[in-house]
Design a protein around this ligand. Structure first.
Ligand code: PDD
Length: 292
């Protein structure tokens, strides 16, 4: 929506274990299990005009990630809401990306769970601005093998596979890696994937092989409201390559078109009409939310 904010807006702010401070000054002990093992979960929540968007589903997914990884939830939903709202408020009225992380805590290095308190870290940064070029020309993606583990529905910080897969895309001059497991699309390295075939919007079904994106869910609802046929079913590698449109969604990207895949044009090689309809519907919703 807007990322200019007022001149008094803080661009970045962190909160760690009870204290607000600049992100560069936030430190954790080296024995924190988030650092040692990637033993942690996280969320990324967009805030439009300083207001947290779709917070409740993000908190539900956080609770689910904590349950799967058996990390105790250190806060009630109300406490999370109070903390994140205060963090966003202190930053001002610009569009923000709120990051929160819960680690299993600090303990002598041993794989088994220690008896310790979770570490909580949060930060706000400006939401990345989506450029006119991204909207007019779309993104490029490569396809690659999904080399990740089998609990991709848990939003854990153990992201080395995602990091390597994204870098593979960057090394190939592309923006995103679209992942394939047993010949089927799972998701992007940091996004969910949609295709349009014959006017129908299709996204892989939510299971353990992909993150149940909050934006994905919202896009499905918006598509239904717009009268677009939507299906959650497997997408083969061949269908991906033959799709009329390909899109990726996330809390920081909303929904963006992919117009080049493995060096070839997707459909006509330009952002497609179904993407445009969804983008406009999503932007209208965000605008109305910010104006409330
Ligand atoms: N990532 N799949 C993966 C692997 C992701 O990392 C993300 C988002 C999504 C989209 O989920 P959501 O719509 O809830 O943001 C799907 C965030 C933005 C990140 O890691 O920065």
């Amino acid at each position: 929506m807007n990322n200019t904010g007022s001149p008094t807006d803080l661009q970045e702010l962190a909160w760690i274990n009870g204290e607000f401070l600049a992100p560069a000054e936030a430190t954790i002990p080296a024995l924190d299990r988030g650092f040692i093992f990637g033993d942690a979960v996280y969320e990324v929540i967009p805030a439009y005009a300083g207001k947290l968007f779709l917070l409740q589903p993000h908190l539900q997914r956080l609770a689910r990630s904590l349950e799967i990884t058996r990390i105790p939830n250190p806060k009630t939903d109300l406490q999370w809401r109070t903390l994140l709202t205060e963090l966003a408020r202190r930053c001002g009225s610009h569009d923000q990306s709120l990051y929160l992380q819960v680690t299993r805590g600090v303990a002598p290095r041993d794989h088994a769970f220690p008896d310790t308190e979770p570490t909580v870290f949060c930060m706000s940064r400006p939401l990345p601005v989506i450029s006119d070029q991204q909207l007019q020309q779309g993104l490029s993606a490569i396809t690659t093998e999904d080399i990740r583990w089998n609990y991709c529905h848990a939003k854990t910080t153990s992201l080395i596979a995602n990091v390597m897969l994204r870098q593979q895309a960057v090394d190939a001059g592309a923006d995103e890696a679209i992942l394939l497991r047993d010949g089927l699309v799972t998701e992007g390295s940091a996004s969910n994937v949609f295709v349009v075939i014959g006017g129908e919007l299709i996204t892989p079904p939510a299971g353990e092989q992909l993150l149940h994106g909050i934006t994905r869910e919202r896009i499905i609802q918006l598509a239904q409201r717009q009268g677009i046929a939507v299906a959650q079913r497997p997408i083969t590698e061949q269908q991906l390559h033959q799709a009329d449109e390909v899109c990726v969604s996330s809390s920081t990207k909303s929904i963006l078109p992919v117009t080049r895949l493995d060096g070839s044009p997707v459909g006509k090689g330009l952002p497609g009409p179904v993407w445009l309809q969804l983008w406009e519907a999503y932007q209208a919703e965000v605008q109305a939310f910010g104006d409330q």
